[in-house]
Write a protein that binds this ligand. Structure first.
Ligand SMILES: O=C(O)COP(=O)(O)O
Ligand SMILES: [Mg+2]
Length: 226
């Protein structure tokens, strides 16, 4: 039996230019165990990915702020604190940086994401003045979120609902926001493009990056299960 998977999206299932790697559509639809898509992106993104892969919509979004499994949504964190930080950041001249429509934050319920081009030093300075809020850098965004909210904690909730333990999952990821997942999963892999935090937390750093790395982990898990 192949193991259940907790898969990060950006940097893990994508190409270096941010597209979903087409191999996701070959490898994931028939994976014969639960897959949890665990992302920093807003709720609709992993739901759409699961939907178009023909998988159960079992997802963790917003770095653990939102979890969805078996039709049940769990929302944790203090969006008002995150929004207050970003408001103060704006008042001091900071820009969230996604342009006019801002689809990055439009459906975000528990945190606020700022563009990688945003003024990191100013954002961190403003956030440091507010209790229980932190800034997490995924390489794709600076997330202003409640401390204590994490993908790893959400994986516990989701696993429980599936009748599994979090340590039955194999996790693959690439950044700081995957460290908590790596901490609770039974086995964890950082792809080669991973940041130092993810590399340090993973059981293994694979030699290939992005979907090349993830595909090699999946192939090894499949082989082991045969
Ligand atoms: O939304 C981000 O910043 C990164 O998303 P990810 O957690 O899927 O890598
Ligand atoms: Mg990622």
């Amino acid at each position: 039996m192949v193991p259940p998977l907790a898969l990060d999206i950006d940097g893990t299932l994508t190409t270096p230019t941010g597209r979903i790697d087409p191999r996701a559509f070959e490898l994931l639809p028939d994976w014969d165990a639960p897959i949890v898509f665990a992302t920093g992106k807003a709720f609709p993104y992993p739901v759409a990915l699961a939907h178009f892969l023909g998988r159960e919509e079992t997802v963790i979004a917003e770095n653990g702020g939102v979890a969805y499994v078996d039709g049940e949504t769990t929302v944790v964190g203090d969006p008002d604190a995150a929004r207050a930080v970003v408001e103060a950041f704006r008042e001091r001249g900071g820009e969230v940086g996604w342009g006019d429509g801002d689809t990055v934050n439009r459906w975000r319920e528990t945190e606020v994401a700022c563009s990688p081009d945003a003024d990191e030093a100013l954002l961190r300075e403003v956030a440091a003045a507010v209790d229980d809020v932190e800034v997490v850098d995924t390489g794709y965004a600076y997330h202003v979120k409640s401390t204590g909210v994490s993908k790893g904690r959400a994986l516990g909730v989701v696993a429980d609902a599936l009748g599994l333990a979090a340590d039955e999952f194999v996790a693959v990821g690439d950044s700081e926001n995957d460290v908590s997942t790596f901490g609770v999963a039974g086995e964890s892999y950082a792809v080669a493009n991973a940041d130092d935090a993810a590399r340090g937390a993973a059981d293994e750093v694979v030699s290939e990056g992005f979907m090349d790395g993830t595909a090699s982990v999946l192939a090894a898990l499949r082989e082991r299960a045969e």
